[in-house]
Design a binder for this molecule. Sequence first.
Ligand code: ADP
Ligand code: MG
Length: 163
Amino acid sequence: DRRYSEETEWTALDPSGTIRLAEELAAWSAPGTVITLDGDLGAGKTFFSQAFAKAIGVPGVVNSPTFTIIKEYEGAAMPFYHMDVYRLSQIEADELGLDDYFYGDGVTIVEWASLIPELLPDNRIELFISLLENDGRRFRIRGIGEPYTLWCRKLQETKEEQA
Ligand code: ADP
Ligand code: MG
């Protein structure tokens, strides 16, 4: 895929840094937004998703969708589709019709998205989380297509303002 992409990084020294990143992306999200998350068990994929859900006004508890694969929530402005595709088989993927979510009325977060590259929409923002010392996390971020390349540039500016 030779679609234009842009990369940046976000360092969270503690959970509040992860929450700040989730709040930035939530503010720019709209129906059809797709955010993917990868990183080892315990990296903070679900933690990020919970912070994001809160930021778009999803009331109540957001749990890991490991066993249900997809969970749908009503946010204040739009639905939130939370996926964990770790256990997804091709048959299930066909049945679930992921595109209905990706191109639907809500915003989608996909945990373990790198396991299903061919099922993802072309335009998306990818977050790869790795552990730093203590409670730190590094997010390597890749925006593919619009508006996500712009999001990467805006995140870069946010970092520069904070520095
Ligand atoms: P995953 O979904 O990637 O398996 P979880 O989000 O379920 O991971 O778990 C991440 C754990 O790490 C949570 O218990 C969370 O409180 C903790 N944590 C500590 N520091 C951070 C941080 N900076 N960002 C995100 N999670 C953090
Ligand atoms: Mg998880």
